[in-house]
Write a protein that binds this ligand. Structure first.
Ligand SMILES: NC(=O)c1ccc[n+]([C@@H]2O[C@H](COP(=O)([O-])OP(=O)(O)OC[C@H]3O[C@@H](n4cnc5c(N)ncnc54)[C@H](OP(=O)(O)O)[C@@H]3O)[C@@H](O)[C@H]2O)c1
Length: 338
């Protein structure tokens, strides 16, 4: 089977390789991968930024959707012909995160999905709803599950609340869709007016261009009558957290998810966290139960994930370059055969 792998860090080292097709052992399922979606994490992983000590070679990417080709002894969860998606951490089925549950992550340290076939633990698969294409399904395992975990599980988001979402990448658009699904008001920030218009078309009520309005936290307070939002989906990290602390209401919730604007800062004040009784939750993707809850809700509402652009398998490098450029809105998909 053909796959992409990195033998040393850097996008220039993303190479096509040939590996033997593995046979499913007890409890395993062999999946023909049809589509893969890219996450910012995949880019950091290939660049060696995510974990410079990562063992190589590595097949990158955590997210994939496809069809079961064969199953090993004792497998009852899936059967050949089933359309499936892999879960992000193959060892996190239920309950809160712990060391063991968080250790089974695909696309680093374990080989990922950018491969024609992949062997999964059958328990590490969920069924693809019939109404979703493989391209759409491939967008869900990391960012959509993270957004669900952040807003629904940890945030306890309720209808009528207001959510601030930073940016319009994969995580942010999934958060927008989940927030709208649950009846929340959504305020989006973006570097682009055109992307803000697209976010409004998906149900955002307000958009703030953070390039034109660097004091976007003030604009958020104005839009909420001086009160602040109930939830912030924080993807800018050190570059945005101080402003998020000013944009959230007293007693509100900040889901700390991304580091797009930097990972550490010496200028962070913890005072608002305690004075304003804030809930600040670190969120790392989610478990299979959350994924299946998301799929039930998406299916009932007919929610379609936003696929910005699809690249052929041969153009995987260009897909990574496109992600790095930040031009996309929603998710980038790599198609692997038919
Ligand atoms: N904790 C977890 O489990 C988890 C899971 C998934 C993702 N993440 C993290 O979440 C972040 C987003 O991931 P992704 O895959 O959605 O990335 P992505 O698709 O590449 O999103 C990039 C977009 O984020 C926006 N952005 C960049 N810098 C920003 C800033 N300083 N302030 C506000 N928005 C900014 C931009 O939107 P505009 O073009 O609209 O400005 C950019 O296009 C990454 O840091 C990733 O590592 C974490």
């Amino acid at each position: 089977m053909r796959c992409y792998q990195v033998e040393s860090f850097g996008l220039d080292h993303l190479q096509l390789a040939e590996r033997p097709v593995p046979a499913p052992g007890p409890g395993q399922a062999l999946v023909q991968i049809k589509a893969v979606s890219l996450n910012y994490r995949d880019l950091m992983m290939v660049q060696g930024v995510y974990n410079p000590k990562l063992k190589l070679p590595l097949i990158p990417c955590s997210d994939g959707a496809g069809v079961v080709l064969a199953v090993g002894e004792g497998v009852t969860r899936v059967q050949p012909g089933d359309r499936v998606m892999g879960i992000f951490s193959q060892t996190w089925i239920s309950g809160p995160a712990n060391r063991e549950r968080s250790a089974g992550t695909l696309g680093g340290p374990h080989d990922g999905t950018l491969s024609e076939q992949r062997l999964f633990a059958a328990e590490g698969l969920v069924h693809t709803p019939a109404y979703l294409t493989d391209h759409e399904a491939a967008t869900l395992p990391c960012t959509a599950v993270t957004a669900w975990h952040a807003l629904v599980e940890r945030g306890q988001l309720a209808a009528g609340e207001t959510v601030l979402i930073q940016g319009t990448g994969g995580l942010s658009i999934a958060a927008l869709q989940t927030a709208r699904l649950l009846g929340a008001r959504v305020i989006v920030t973006s570097s682009s007016d055109e992307k803000l218009a697209r976010a409004r078309a998906l149900g955002a009520s307000d958009g703030i261009n953070y390039k034109k309005t660097p004091q976007w936290d003030k604009a958020v307070r104005e839009l909420t009558g001086g009160v602040g939002v109930d939830h912030v989906v924080e993807v800018g990290g050190a570059g945005t957290l101080n402003q998020s602390l000013r944009a959230v209401r007293l007693g509100g919730h900040i889901a700390v998810i991304g580091v797009l604007g930097g990972a550490s800062s010496t200028e962070l004040s913890v005072v608002p966290v305690l004075m304003q009784n804030l809930r600040v939750n670190g969120v790392f993707v989610g478990n299979r139960d959350m994924f299946e809850a998301l799929l039930r809700a998406y299916t009932l509402a007919g929610t379609r994930p936003v696929v910005d652009r699809v690249f052929p398998f041969a153009a995987a490098r260009q897909a990574f370059d496109y992600l790095a450029s930040g031009q996309h809105f929603g998710k980038i998909v790599i198609e692997i055969g038919n």
